[in-house]
Design a protein around this ligand. Structure first.
Ligand SMILES: [Zn+2]
Length: 325
């Protein structure tokens, strides 16, 4: 998961103070700063079916140095409480990712100036209450794990879906900027993941294209076509609805074909019943209706003849009722 967490508070050593004091107006002493380490992100697939590659973690390590940590992605100066002064990419040899790669993570060290204003936050970090952090960054390449295509342009795979036993996810590559990292106020918050470069997503959803527009667009497009999540969901429910209607239509057509086959037999058409049943199954509803109406006319004229001739009972009611498919 790309929501990182605070590991522990650390004691600022001279080396740390040297790095910290690059960001401060006055030189701080070990007593004046509170330092802690934090895992910002890793190479595991996150809740959004996305992961950073190890190269991305290395780039982010450089980009996150000097970045301030805030509460809940609220970039107001007053909330900027901690700053990253050192980062490193580490490998946990004892842990494998779900893709069976070595678990690799970006660890950062951050400091806060001890003050009344952030005393509560320091207590919360020490007490393990403020544990989760999330990071905001942008990447210039997002790759589909199935076909390696640029997922920003779109491919036929959907992240989270399984293709031939492998779940599709997106690989975040070539980070271009690290905006911020923040303390997540509610650690259990499900969507508090990495804020990646998806600024356009909501805007696209607000100008949702309707199904008719999309279907028209499909018929004329000659290359890959990208749908927003909301559009894909609307299209799915439309297809489900059509499937239901088609099921009912198919059942009606089958009943009609059986009825026409039965009438063909009764009308003594000299046709093999099995052959006619096969032909009827291939007719469309209009053709079946035409046959039905023709046979019904023929049969009603038979009945008239039977009534007139009396004894000529080629087709009695009994034989008609015997026939069942
Ligand atoms: Zn793909």
């Amino acid at each position: 998961m790309n929501t990182g967490y605070i590991i522990k508070s650390i004691t600022a050593l001279d080396d740390d103070l040297g790095k910290i004091n690059r960001y401060t107006r006055r030189n701080l002493s070990a007593d004046g700063v509170y330092t802690f380490s934090v895992i910002l992100c890793d190479n595991e697939i996150d809740r959004d079916y996305e992961r950073f590659c190890v190269d991305s973690l290395n780039s982010l390590a450089k980009l996150f140095i000097g970045k301030t940590g805030i509460f809940d992605h609220n970039p107001k100066g007053q909330n900027q409480t901690a700053r990253i002064y050192d980062t490193e990419v580490l490998v946990d040899k004892l842990k494998r990712t779900s893709l069976n790669e070595e678990y690799t993570y970006l660890k950062a060290k951050a400091y806060m100036v001890k003050s009344d204003k952030n005393a509560d936050l320091i207590l919360e970090i020490d007490g393990g209450i403020k544990k989760e952090v999330s990071v905001g960054c942008s990447v210039s390449s997002i790759k589909c794990s199935v076909c390696a295509a640029d997922a920003k342009k779109g491919c036929k795979h959907q992240k989270g879906k399984v293709y031939e036993g492998t779940q599709c996810h997106h690989i975040l590559e070539k980070p271009t900027d690290a905006y911020e990292w923040s303390f997540v106020a509610v650690p259990a918050q499900k969507n508090a993941g990495v804020t990646k470069s998806y600024e356009n997503q909501d805007k696209e959803d607000s100008k949702l294209r309707d199904n008719d527009t999309l279907i028209k667009a499909f018929s004329v497009c000659d290359e890959e076509f990208t749908l927003t999540k909301a559009e894909a969901m609307a299209l799915c429910s439309h297809i489900k609805c059509l499937e239901k209607t088609a099921e009912l239509g198919f059942a009606y057509k089958q009943d009609l074909a059986k009825e026409v086959t039965r009438l063909s037999f009764l009308a003594n058409d000299q046709l093999d019943t099995a052959v006619f049943a096969s032909v009827a199954s291939k007719m469309d509803i209009e053709e079946l209706k035409a046959f039905k109406s023709a046979y019904e006319k023929k049969l009603s004229s038979f009945e008239d003849n039977v009534q007139l001739k009396g004894k000529d009972k080629t087709f009695t009611q009994a034989t008609m009722n015997e026939f069942k498919i």
